[in-house]
Write a protein that binds this ligand. Sequence first.
Ligand SMILES: Nc1ncnc2c1ncn2[C@@H]1O[C@H](COP(=O)(O)OP(=O)(O)OP(=O)(O)O)[C@@H](O)[C@H]1O
Ligand SMILES: [Mg+2]
Length: 508
Amino acid sequence: MFSRVCGVAFQGVEAVDVDVQVQIGPGAVQFSIVGLPDKAVAESRERVRAALLATGLALPAKRVTVNLAPADLPKEGSHFDLAIALGLLCAMEIIPPDALDSFAILGELSLNGEIVGVSGVLPAAIHANAQGLGLICPRDCGGEAAWADEGMQILAPANLIELCNHFKGVATMQRPQAKLGSAGPTLPDLADVRGQGRAKRALEIAAAGGHNLLFVGPPGAGKSLLAARLPSLLPPLSASELLEVSMIASVAGELEGGKLTDRRPFRAPHHSASMAALVGGGIKARPGEISLAHNGVLFLDELPEFHPQALDSLRQPMETGSAMIVRANNRVSYPARFQLVAAMNPCRCGMAGQPGHTCRRGERCAADYQARVSGPFLDRIDIQLEVPAVRAVEMMGGTASEPSAQVALRVAKAREIQQERYRGDVESCRTNSHCSAKNIEKHTVLERSSRDLFYRAAEQMQLSARGFHRVLKVSRSIADLEGSAQIKPDHLAEALSFRQPTTSERAA
Ligand SMILES: Nc1ncnc2c1ncn2[C@@H]1O[C@H](COP(=O)(O)OP(=O)(O)OP(=O)(O)O)[C@@H](O)[C@H]1O
Ligand SMILES: [Mg+2]
């Protein structure tokens, strides 16, 4: 007795077909799985055996062989359980042999026959739909699968009995509904931050153009406070961005209850994070924080406290917008186009550059602390500014700050202008910061006075070629916020002011 059903494996956010072949034949009684299974797949034997038993079925006392083809593709994870169990039920003629031909199958089994949620259901559903197949997945993940296509056939059973009854025609299952996550708790608002006008302006420009941003300042100045308010200024995800973000979250198993939300991701990993945690990797080459922050914000608080190697591993993804994880037997690429926001103190004691302060360890205090962040990493940060301590008069003053919603309106307008500008371009960029060097030069025609200013400043500040283009991009965003097609000298001057060496660098 032989049967075959369609399972899926994952390579990055892509699902690929796995042909699950089951043969029940004569020979010594045994149950074996072949086709490069990892430990979780190999253990599937025990879960499938127990789940069938709990459903009132026993494995035949024969030789059962399961082959996961292609045999040279490594198979990882527990989501093959359901495909193997259903393949067995077909081979045992409990489910009609052709009933599963039009489905891709994934799900984990528990020992009592329940079907448990797994990661990667959304990419699996999109892949199955592209091939004209339906999907059988766990009940918990049905809402996620339903996003793939309205007309797609989806079965999301809670246990094996429900599924058997469906195929026998005893009780038909309803198609699950696509679930939209609630907006979540309200985001922290910019109105909570007193003073810090320049930092707020920088935050607005960064939000408008998707620029990387670094706050440097003494303890308690409000750096973390400001950075946490960036998400409240950003526009919601577009439909295509939402899909990209959700695919990554699905593969990482981070879609709670299979619900999708149009809020941009905001990831704030602790500074003890390893390179694999940030960029992705581990045994299963999972997406890292930078991929989970795709189309959103990666916030690195206390920047110099991160492992220098881990920080430098972000340099390539910051340029390419993707993280390539290469293993001896595997190569996986995850999208990682994120906006970096970082905060740091200027030195170990935190007060370098403050009026009247001298570090106890002298100039080395700032130099040593600063040296933990490499120059090339800093060169990738478009907007760098000092956040001085808030003065008492500002803290106690009654003037209300502008709320996030008002700033977000200006940001949304600037983003619309950018989308309009880049719509016709061959390369698909959405914001100024993602625009290629060639493209930004094409779109930023400087008037003569701006050109002269830029030339003098670039010479004096010894801007790198990257710095040159990044200043152009920031000034483009400033002009977009103002609704100006031309880049005027004051737009350029403001962009240049954000590339001035910060206190810490001067002190170093
Ligand atoms: N500009 C401000 N307006 C209102 N409250 C502020 C401001 N700056 C700081 N605070 C208060 O101080 C607290 C600490 O601020 P925050 O954590 O942002 O400081 P920080 O600059 O990140 O310091 P550190 O360098 O120690 O991390 C905030 O929770 C807030 O209560
Ligand atoms: Mg802080």
